[in-house]
Structure formats: structure tokens, C-alpha cells
Design a binder for this molecule. Sequence first.
Ligand SMILES: NC(=O)C1=CN([C@@H]2O[C@H](COP(=O)(O)OP(=O)(O)OC[C@H]3O[C@@H](n4cnc5c(N)ncnc54)[C@H](O)[C@@H]3O)[C@@H](O)[C@H]2O)[C@H](O)CC1
Ligand SMILES: [K+]
Length: 448
Amino acid sequence: MSVPADAPILTSEAMRAAEALCAAGGTSLAELMERAGAAAADLAWRMAAGAPVLVLCGPGNNGGDGYVAARRLAERGASVRVAALAEPKTDLARAARARWTGGVEALTDEMAPAPLIADALFGVGLTRPLGDELAERLRRFAGRRVLAVDVPSGVDADGGRDWTPPLPADITLALGALKPAHVLLPAAPYCGRTLLAGIGIAADRGMTTLPRFVGEAPDASTHKFSRGMVLVRAGPMPGAAGLAAAAALRAGAGYVVLSGAARAPFSAVIAEDGEGYAGRLDDARLGAVVVGPGYPAGAALDRDVKAALASGKPLVLDAAAIASALPKLGGMTAILTPHEGEFARAFPDFGGSKIERARAAAEQSGAVVICKGADTIVAAPDGRVAAAWPGCPWLATAGTGDVLAGACGAMLAHGRDPFDAAVAAVGWHIVRAQAIGPGLVADDLIRD
Ligand SMILES: NC(=O)C1=CN([C@@H]2O[C@H](COP(=O)(O)OP(=O)(O)OC[C@H]3O[C@@H](n4cnc5c(N)ncnc54)[C@H](O)[C@@H]3O)[C@@H](O)[C@H]2O)[C@H](O)CC1
Ligand SMILES: [K+]
């Protein structure tokens, strides 16, 4: 499972707007469909490697792409059959169907499969889940090589509704841009490997997949404080704050203080008792404060969060510190790092897809929000979004969230814009996890 890095993501509505802009700029929708079908044919040709291909065509423009792909495959000499669910319903699809000169079978229970199935039944236009009968019919093809055109048929392309597609794809060819379904659960695993065919659409880049993480190397002018100073405030479970502090150093901070803990995982972290917290917050060199790891809700947390807010320093707020700070965040530079449960507690009113919820939370709080999970989403108050699918599943273990909070502190303290800092921290976290792989424990992320 993978997606291209730093690739644009458009909702179905944004996709239609981009299409319309393209048409206004002189590229007809028929030309876009021709390019989409040609890209699908090219990929099917390579996936089939000479074996027969069965193209399943739906009634809309996704089906239209399928007819174009079938024609292109036949022109190249491939053995290709077409099965249709219904007659084409759009002018574009009808035109594409008319140019396919081969036969069209009905999509029935009896039809013979083929080694490669190209699924062009439904794309971004699906308005309700597939019926049981069709789903059952498609499940018969499971186990064959499957190429999904744009999205696996049966998913909600915008990712807000948990419809399960019956036919998982080996490869999904996203057309024009990725869609939320390619990067959000539950649909993303059904896409297999997602590839992008640009087809000439100028896609807005406000929402993208995660860019590849590239660390900034220090140079001769660098000193420890210019790399960034981070203060991590420990609560009753200082081990978690220690992980965050060590992660801040490992992620590139030059100087890290762990306040309120006797020990830190690294001697290079300045571990000190909690008395000096107020003084540390006043340090002009301080670039970021991390509060929340290992710190349950209560009066002590509220007091420490209040002091951090009053310092005016860029903040990383994790776990219970998120809800504690939320009412008083207005205008602060902050990154919030909730997992699903913490998100639901802090932002109980938001619905829709995870992207929509993350965006709404960022807009309301004025902070950058990292909605953690296998399909991590980073959202900024100005609407920017980065999607981290597929991440690294080995991160699903205790303490990795504390490490992420510390990494956010390092990236913020370095002086990055908070959205860029959050994106860099998520990227750093995944790259380190991937390098460790099986058996990963959170401590491995901070070790060399
Ligand atoms: N965006 C682009 O630049 C391009 C996209 N292309 C392809 O077009 C599809 C989107 O096409 P659209 O016609 O809008 O929708 P669909 O093909 O997904 O299907 C809509 C079709 O299906 C009916 N319908 C909806 N839900 C159901 C259901 N559950 N069961 C049965 N029928 C249903 C609905 O009424 C419509 O008739 C996009 O994904 C790309 O593949 C073009 O190639 C041009 C470039
Ligand atoms: K499809």
C-alpha cells in the first residue's frame, strides 16, 4: 500500500471545479476522458503483461474512461472484453462507448472473468453504496489482479461515509488528483497501491499527501540554540515526557530541558525538578514548549498549561493538555496532537470525513491539528491539509505519540511555520519507524 508523495488531493466537488476550469481553458472534458482512459490502458497493459483484460464499465464517466481504455488496449493488440452494468448515461460516456467497436457483455453472475479486471464501474459520482447483488457479483472477481480506475467502485470518494468496496484493487489509478478516499480509512487499504495520472488538470495544492521528509543538516554557522530550544513539562508519568524530550533532541533540537523529572533517557537532556518551570518559560531562547505526554487531566495540568499559554511561546499540546488549553488558545502558535478519542473529547461537534473534521478543528482552534491514527491528517487553520497514509503500522504501540509530540517541539523550535513543523514531525516519525520496522518499540525511535 502506498501513495505518491506530495501529490494533490481534491474532493469530488473540487475535482468538478478543476474540470470546469480545464474546459474553460480550452481542454474539453472529452479530451480529459481520453487522457484518463489512455492512462488506464497504459497501466492495464503493463499489469496484464499479455494476459486477457476484462473492463467493467458503469453508467457514468468512470464507465466512459473504461470504454476509452478498452479501445486503447485493443488498438495495442491486447485481448480485451467489456462488460457493462447499464447503458451509458452521460454524453461523454455515450461517445466513448460509441468508439468502442468490440462487443459489450452484460455484467452477470455467469460471465467469465479474466486474469486482469479493470474496474471502471463508479468513480467520484457514486451517491449511495453499491447494492448487495452487484457487490456479490463483484466479490466473485476477488483474487484476480484488479486495476481500479480512479477509485475502487463502491467507496465514497470524499471519505465521509464508511462504504466498503466489494472488490479490493491491487493498483488504483487516481485521475487528475488523489481523492480523500485514497488516504483515509476505511477506503485506503482497498486501493492497494495508488498511482496518479495527472491528465492535465491544474490541481490546487492546498491539500496534498505528505512530502518526503528531508532533514535539514546543520552548517558551520549553526549553534545549539539556533537549532532550537525545547522545554518539555513532565507530569505524574515522567517516562512519557522523557520520551518526548529525547525525541525532540533526536529530531534536531539543539537544547532540551525536561522540567519536573529526575531522569531523562539521554544525559544530553537537561532533566531538572519542576521548581524552575516558570523561569524556563521566560527564557528568550526558548522556541517551543511541549505539555501533555504522561500528564492526566487535573488542576496541576491546568496550572502548567496556563503558564505555558501565558509565556506566549509556540506550544505542542498532547493528550489531556489539548482540552485544557483549548478555550484559551486564541491566536497562539500551537500544534495539537490528538488521537481519535482525544479529538472526540476536544471537538465533539464535528462530523464528516477525518479531513473535514481536522480542518474544522484547526479553523475553530486557530492551531495546527495532527489527527493521529493509521490515516494521520495534519490540518492548518488556513485550510491546508497533509495526509500521511499509509504511515507505518509498527507505530501502533505505546509511547510513539509522546515521541511525535517531542518531534513537533523540535520542528517548531527550529522556527518553522507550525503547519510545516507538524508535517516535518509526522514525516520524521514515519521515516524512523520504517527504518526500524518489525518489533518497533517507542524507545527505538529515539535511539541511534
Ligand atoms: N474529474 C475529471 O477530471 C475526470 C473524471 N472522469 C471520470 O469521471 C468519473 C466521475 O464520473 P461521474 O459521471 O460523475 O460519476 P460516476 O461515473 O462515478 O457514476 C455516476 C453514475 O452512477 C449513478 N450512481 C450513483 N450511485 C449509484 C449506485 N449506488 N448504484 C447505481 N448507480 C449509481 C449516477 O446516477 C450516475 O449515473 C471520475 O471518477 C473519473 O473516472 C472523466 O474521465 C473526465 C476526467
Ligand atoms: K472505479
